[in-house]
Design a protein around this ligand. Structure first.
Ligand SMILES: C[S@@+](CC[C@H](N)C(=O)[O-])C[C@H]1O[C@@H](n2cnc3c(N)ncnc32)[C@H](O)[C@@H]1O
Length: 455
């Protein structure tokens, strides 16, 4: 029979806690005996008065009511909406301490996985705000008006907002202007309980260098009355706009974008620049959200690969081809693999756009294509991977082991799956000496990094 562990605290109890650490998701950590309690809005070194909100078998949660001793790293937060929505969960932590926090996150997971890899100090931004080139904003009815904002943490309750703090201010301006247009045209916002209404979400992307602006209106069905007037008003009131796209999402779920779309006005893609190359980006294609730091990240990947001009490089999880095409001029050939069809089309087009003739892109799952290429006897010198948060498939790592490139460059947005995959690469004879975190998402707890693995 299992013995039930008694938690040393009770729900609704209010008491003082001394904070000793910060969890991976930015909560203060305190321990009573060995029982951890995660405390909102609390930093290491602080003493807070907090009320216990949840008591589980292994850990509990508490909410800060009063800070009794303040950390020197605390920054005063004035905007309640940022806290309510959680769009900037580290905003109360000074930026240098955020960078240290990210380095430590990677160190912690490596230590747990028994990986002896040195983690370098995080490369940060000189201005860690207003960096995002993309916004995805819900539109809902609030007090009888179509309203833009962001959902309150762990809910679908809209907090009205038009200043999003970490987004390009020109995107914020476009969203505010669009809200005004939608209200004047009385376009009905989506009601997710009844699954009625017209406009669900607005997605905006803006080229950091090009200043092109793409507006994607996500609707529940193909119906969008007054589209002509809407476009005329957008053109006159948001002068930077270069594309207006209607994306249709008829699902009842939480997915922001649907699978089909049509161009209502302007270009079907947004053009931007990275490391001196031009990129056209379709609405459904992945594109890094922090253009300044993306260049730092890619340059780091190019530098650690130490390319000599003779290599065949595989760019797995290649998106619209940004990494492979940035490497193309330093190598003999690039072979990209990507699972989203539009992104592969973009990548092929982007190669042409930049006059690059030594890069080709294959549609498919990286794990499947890599196995096929390995069976066909493909030779490669460098494999670059940049997977989504869930990391690599074990069969992909095995196939890479068999292809046996001299180097693997692993770009990761999730230290936990990075550590898991580095261990699997270890079984294939690959080791890493150091990892370079790059802050792609200031004010949030997300951690990006580059690691070179060699045989
Ligand atoms: C983090 S993004 C990186 C894209 C690109 N390297 C960049 O920096 O813009 C990951 C990409 O992997 C793609 N992807 C996800 N699962 C995949 C799989 N199993 N095989 C190939 N590509 C995949 C996604 O569509 C996305 O474009």
């Amino acid at each position: 029979m299992k013995t039930k562990i008694e938690a040393p605290i009770e729900k609704n109890e209010q008491r003082q806690f001394e904070i000793t650490d910060l969890s991976y998701d930015g909560l203060g950590v305190t321990k009573i005996d060995h029982y951890p309690i995660f405390v909102s809005d609390a930093l290491p070194g602080e003493i807070v008065e907090a009320v216990v909100t949840k008591v589980g078998q292994k850990y509990g949660f508490a909410k800060t009511k009063k800070i009794l001793k303040k950390s020197a790293d605390r920054v005063t937060v004035e905007n309640r909406q940022y806290t309510q929505t959680g769009i900037a969960p580290l905003q109360h932590l000074a930026y240098p301490a955020q960078l240290q926090f990210k380095q430590k996150q990677v160190e912690n997971v490596f230590q747990k996985a028994q990986l002896a890899i040195n983690v370098l100090p995080t490369l940060g931004m000189s201005d860690p705000t207003h960096y995002r080139n993309k916004a995805q904003i819900p539109v809902r009815n609030l007090n009888g008006q179509a309203t833009v904002g962001f959902f309150r943490k762990r809910s679908h309750q809209l907090v009205p907002m038009t200043d999003f703090f970490i987004q390009d201010p020109e995107i914020d301006k476009a969203i505010a202007a669009l809200q005004s247009i939608i209200r004047r045209l009385a376009i009905e916002p989506y009601d997710e309980i009844r699954h009625t209404g017209v406009l669900r979400n607005i997605m905006v992307r803006r080229g950091y260098y090009s200043h092109e602006l793409m507006l994607v209106l996500v609707t529940r069905s193909t119906k969008l009355a007054s589209a002509k007037t809407l476009i005329a008003m957008i053109q006159s009131e948001i002068p930077e706009v270069t594309s207006v796209i209607q994306n249709i999402n008829p699902s009842k779920g939480n997915a922001i974008l649907g699978k089909t779309q049509k161009v209502l006005w302007g270009k079907p893609v947004l053009r931007d620049e990275l490391l001196g190359l031009q990129f056209d980006i379709s609405p459904l294609s992945f594109y890094q959200v922090n253009p300044q730091q993306t260049q730092v990240l890619y340059q780091k990947a190019i530098d650690v690969a130490d390319l000599q001009g003779t290599e065949t490089v595989i760019d797995a999880y290649s998106g619209i081809g940004t990494i492979g095409l940035s490497m193309a001029k330093h190598v003999k050939a690039v072979k990209g693999i990507e699972v989203v069809e539009d992104a592969v089309k973009d990548a092929r087009h982007n190669a042409k756009l930049n006059g690059i003739t030594n890069a080709e892109f294959t549609l498919g799952k990286a794990e499947t294509v890599m196995l096929t290429w390995q069976a066909e006897g493909l030779q490669a010198d460098v494999v670059v991977v940049d997977p989504p948060r869930k990391g690599l498939a074990p069969e992909f790592i095995e196939a890479v082991g068999k292809v046996a490139p001299e180097k693997v460059v692993y770009i990761s947005c999730n230290p936990a799956t990075l550590a898991r995959d580095l261990t699997l690469f270890g079984a294939q004879g690959y080791t890493a000496k150091e990892t370079q975190p790059v802050d792609m998402f200031p004010m949030t707890t997300h951690v990006e990094s580059v690691t070179l693995l060699t045989k």
